[in-house]
Design a protein around this ligand. Structure first.
Ligand code: ADP
Length: 637
């Protein structure tokens, strides 16, 4: 335990007073009082010892000490010898009330031969003061302020001498010293407690980098009985993109009853870690209305959004005592949170505001002091660092995931390019014999009667050879290095050409064509055969998706938004692409068709990208798909 510092000035004053008084027992009293004053006893024990000494040594029938409360509004009986001990802490006098209140207010001594007859006298039933006649009350001064009174009472009527008054005043000085030391000591222990609490909380926060778990620990710290002990705490994080505060989590009971129930389960929480695993978890597991309330809040960070937004905007804490009548407070929030007093502190890391912590004591009604707020501000700095670390870790994890995925893509594309080379070689090898087979099959077909079986066999050979030839063409196209041969062309005319070529196919498949070609499109640098191939692939897929039921294929061209170029959209009503395969459709060899090669879209994307453009899909499952090709006007070397 820390020993309170000795007050030299008090000792000097004691000595001075002692020199002036003649009787030996005065010296005895003062040295005894001084010994008690400088002892390491608790404040209460020291005060009790002093009143005992006074009664024992001065012959007074009672001696009591009243001290001012924290708010400086009432005098409270803190120690007595001679009065009913039950009255300690129960007797309270407003400043100005009773003889003690008068002494305190006027900073003057009251020495009364018959106190009961004095108009200032107030009777307290618990103290049985009617037994006493004479009263001597002196103020306990701390610099210019009166912080309490010390008074002696006697059953007999007594005229107090100058010396009596001097003695009690000297003792009052001693008491003032004791209180000052006790306050300093209390402050030091409070600071020590705070530091060790912050350390413990910091340690608790370091146990995780998972943001959700971290926020829970932060809020558990703020509501922990052994720490801040706020009834409820909510946490908001800044969303930088939208410049808003998002309610992330709220922790606290939903009713006074629930609060009592939870808090009674763990009556003596002194250890934070114990709290975190018991009460914090208990609350966290519960579906809390307060949590839902906080999670539902989104506040733009501006001056009109209330005090929580102001906390982030001005990077400073707010202690709101009367929310209803405070113009800075957001009306809806006060109404829905049901609390009139609350505090908000910013969470800061690297000079950036990461969020805001909001606390209240809705159930206990305990006022939030400025010291509470300062400690919370210091805690929020630790919390800020922990949140920042957690966010950095999440970013790192994301980047790592991306690296792994890119790595996989590289491996995949290397594999595919090896496969592509192999396929191209094979295609070359097969091409010539296939042309020969096709040629002979056609010659045979011409020789047979149209109705003969042989003619139909030859027909099958011809169509299968055609299919294989198309497959070979696709593979060769795909494996070929795509270097566009650019020339200035009008995209609308290119589209018209393809459409007129496939007009018959569309008609046969019962497909209606809708065109919406913009006149505002200037000619572009493109490789026309390559772009034709892209559009043919997309038209083919659209037609194939509608072969069973027919449908509408809509082609639209419009100027590219934001820059010079064109956007070509091709929509069909063929039911769209099942969502589970959507991400695969651009992969080479991915097909869902019996006779598909799975190269059409992959090749198309390669071509469009070599033109500096992009292909996007607007897929409407059950309805249809729209392929959107954006081609910028760009000279590509
Ligand atoms: P292929 O047409 O040879 O299958 P693609 O690369 O052109 O190869 O297409 C890959 C797959 O994408 C198709 O098998 C089909 O499942 C799907 N697909 C492409 N376009 C459409 C579309 N318009 N509607 C529905 N599915 C489509």
């Amino acid at each position: 335990m820390m020993k309170p510092a000795k007050s030299k000035s008090h000792l000097r004053r004691v000595e001075k007073a002692a020199q002036k008084v003649s009787e030996v027992n005065w010296l005895e009293i003062l040295s005894e009082v001084s010994r008690i004053a400088n002892s390491s006893l608790e404040l209460e024990d020291r005060l009790n010892s002093i009143v005992e000494i006074v009664v024992r040594q001065t012959g007074a029938d009672a001696c009591s000490i009243l001290l001012m409360d924290e708010d400086g509004e009432n005098l409270i009986l803190r120690a007595t010898k001679g009065l009913n001990p039950m009255s300690i802490n129960r007797v309270r006098l407003k400043i100005g009330e009773g003889i003690s209140g008068w002494v305190c207010q006027n900073k003057k001594v009251a020495a009364l031969r018959d106190a009961a007859s004095d108009s200032r006298f107030v009777h307290f039933p618990v103290t049985e003061e009617e037994r006493f006649r004479s009263v001597l009350v002196v103020p306990i001064m701390e610099k210019e302020d009166c912080i309490g009174v010390i008074y002696t009472q006697s059953i007999t009527e007594k005229d107090y001498s100058e010396d009596d008054i001097k003695l009690l005043t000297t003792i009052a000085d001693q008491v003032s010293g004791i209180i000052k030391n006790a306050q300093l000591y209390e402050k030091a222990t409070q600071r020590l407690r705070e530091l060790s609490m912050l350390y413990e909380m910091s340690m608790a926060m370091q146990t995780t980098i998972n943001l959700d778990r971290l926020l829970r620990i932060i809020l558990s710290c703020v509501t922990a009985g052994g720490a801040f002990g706020f009834n409820r705490a909510g946490l908001f994080l800044v969303n930088e993109k939208t410049n808003t505060l998002h309610g992330m989590m709220g922790l606290g009971p939903d009713s006074g009853e629930e609060a009592r129930e939870i808090w009674s389960k763990i009556p003596q929480i002194t250890d934070l870690s114990q709290w975190l695993i018991s009460q914090g978890e208990l609350l966290a597991k519960k579906e809390s209305g307060y949590d839902r309330f906080i999670k539902g809040i989104r506040l733009p960070i501006d001056r009109d959004s209330g005090v929580i937004a102001l906390t982030a905007l001005e990077v400073k804490p707010f202690n709101i005592k009367d929310g209803w009548n405070d113009p800075r407070v957001n009306r809806d929030i006060v109404q829905n949170s049901g609390v009139n007093s609350f505090a908000a502190v910013p969470i800061i890391a690297k000079e950036n505001v990461l969020g805001v912590i909001v606390v209240d004591n809705i159930y206990t009604g305990k006022p939030i002091t400025d010291e509470d707020l300062q400690t919370l501000v210091r805690f929020a700095v630790h919390a800020g660092w922990a949140i920042e670390n957690s966010k950095l870790f999440a970013k790192l994890k994301e980047a790592n995931k991306e690296i792994v995925s890119v790595q996989q893509q590289v491996v995949q594309s290397e594999r595919l390019s090896a496969l592509g080379e192999l396929a191209a070689e094979l295609a070359h090898e097969i091409k010539n014999p296939l042309v020969t087979i096709g040629g002979f099959a056609r010659r045979l077909s011409e020789k047979y009667e149209p109705t003969s079986e042989e003619k139909s066999y030859a027909g099958i050979i011809i169509s299968e050879v055609e299919r294989l030839e198309k497959l070979l063409k696709d593979i060769l196209n795909y494996s070929r290095d795509i270097k566009p041969n650019f020339s200035e062309n009008n995209i609308n005319s290119v589209i018209e050409e393809i459409l007129s070529f496939y007009e018959h196919t569309f008609w046969e498949s019962g497909i209606e064509i809708k065109k919406e070609m913009s006149d505002a499109i200037h000619s572009l640098s493109i490789d026309p055969p390559q772009i034709k191939q892209v559009l043919t692939n997309i038209f083919h897929n659209a037609v194939e998706s509608m072969t069973v039921k027919g449908g509408v294929m809509a082609i639209k061209t419009e100027p590219l938004s934001g820059e010079e170029g064109v956007t070509i959209s091709v929509s069909d009503t063929g039911g769209g692409i099942p969502s589970e395969i959507l991400e695969n459709i651009f992969n080479p060899f991915f097909t869902t068709k019996k006779y598909g090669t799975g190269l059409g879209l992959s090749l198309s994307r390669k071509i469009v990208e070599s033109h500096g453009g992009t292909i996007e899909i607007n897929n409407r499952v059950g309805e249809g798909a729209t392929f959107i090709i954006n081609l910028p006007r760009r000279q590509i070397k």
